[in-house]
Design a binder for this molecule. Structure first.
Ligand SMILES: [Zn+2]
Length: 351
């Protein structure tokens, strides 16, 4: 597939060939080859007339808005070393530099859409970020890229920031970082029960943030149609009520039917449709400001095809979401959607 950049639509890509330099042990699914997929996509985007910019490293100040000082010290000490941070999260000697670039790419993407130099931005990064907690690395994630981007958006003028996470895994780190903060709405669709174990429908946030954490737990085997229902009945209506000033997306592609880690059955087109739904919300409430930050996605051809679909959704002239029509009927989403609506009843008026 080739990209033809529509002159009326502004989407910018933020990426770097250096993302291949974060090296994981042999056989690890979050492998440097994922960066090569991103490089191919960046090259095609450039060939079609689009712009790809290299990220700057995130600053200590940007990181410190969501991570503890002690954790930042520990991470800085990993520079130059191969370290095991948890059962499946590792550094190689270059990793610290690269994770600063991944977080920096997410920050750059936010700055560009907030400054209105682009409507939409896609940070094509690895490693992913949404499992990283304030004070620890986990689940392949070192710094929480999307959380750092959300905190940055708040700092440069966005009063209300939405983070939508369609990665197959629940973004425990992002949820915990913002669970008491009503200015950052976190919405996740994910396989449940599954790694990392969080993300039940009754986790709705705490204190002033109650209601601003939205979990739609879906059973393994959920299809395009299940996700369509989750988006139409929960994700989109809550975004419309929240009226975000910028929409950030934890864009993980591991709910794809070919993914070796996830147990869902999404086709390429579902990633385009979910992205279109979010772009339509951004068009309606925040002058089109939307930022995608990549998370998981471990089958390389599926990652490439899903990214293509997401980019098409962000760059096509139409913002009308089109869900794949050859849907497999399923009710793997029904219970999760009903449970989410029940838990959110005190906070949001849903149909
Ligand atoms: Zn994932």
């Amino acid at each position: 597939m080739s990209f033809v950049v529509d002159g009326n639509v502004s989407l910018i890509l933020v990426s770097s060939e250096r993302f291949a330099e974060h090296v994981t042990p042999p056989g690890h699914p979050e492998r440097p080859e994922r960066a090569e997929v991103m490089d191919v996509i960046s090259a095609r985007w450039r060939e079609g007339g689009g712009e790809v910019v290299a990220p700057r490293a995130a600053t200590h100040e940007q990181l410190a808005r969501v991570h503890d000082a002690g954790y930042l010290r520990l991470m800085a000490e990993t520079a130059g070393h191969a370290v095991s941070l948890d059962a499946d999260t590792y550094t190689s000697p270059e990793s610290h530099e690269i994770v600063l670039l991944a977080a920096g790419a997410a920050v750059d993407a936010v700055e560009r859409v907030m400054a209105e130099s682009s409507d939409a931005a896609l940070a094509l990064v690895r490693p992913p970020g949404h499992h990283a907690e304030r004070n620890r690395a986990m689940g392949f994630c070192l710094y929480n890229n999307v959380a750092i981007a959300a905190a940055h958006a708040r700092t440069i003028g966005a009063e209300r920031v939405a983070v939508v996470d369609y990665d197959v895994h629940h973004g425990n780190g992002t949820q915990h970082i913002f669970e008491r903060d009503p200015s950052v709405l976190y919405i996740s669709t994910h396989q449940f029960p599954y790694y990392p174990g969080t993300g039940a429908a009754d986790e709705v946030g705490a204190g002033a943030g109650a209601g601003f954490t939205v979990n739609v737990p879906l059973e393994a085997g959920a299809t395009d149609d299940d996700y369509r229902v989750a988006f139409e009945e929960v994700v989109v209506p809550i975004l419309q009520l929240f009226e975000p000033e910028v929409v950030l997306v934890s864009a993980g592609f591991d709910a794809h039917e070919r993914d070796p880690l996830g147990g869902m059955r999404l086709t390429d087109g579902a990633f385009g449709a979910m992205t279109s739904e979010l772009r339509a919300v951004a068009a309606e409430y925040c002058d089109g400001r939307i930022v995608l930050v990549t998370e998981g996605g471990y089958d390389l051809p599926a990652l490439a095809a899903s990214l293509d679909a997401a980019i098409q959704a962000l760059s096509s002239a139409s913002v009308e979401p089109t869900w794949p029509s050859s849907q497999i009927a399923s009710d793997r989403g029904r219970r999760g959607v009903a449970a989410a609506k029940q838990s959110l009843k005190p906070f949001w008026k849903l149909q």
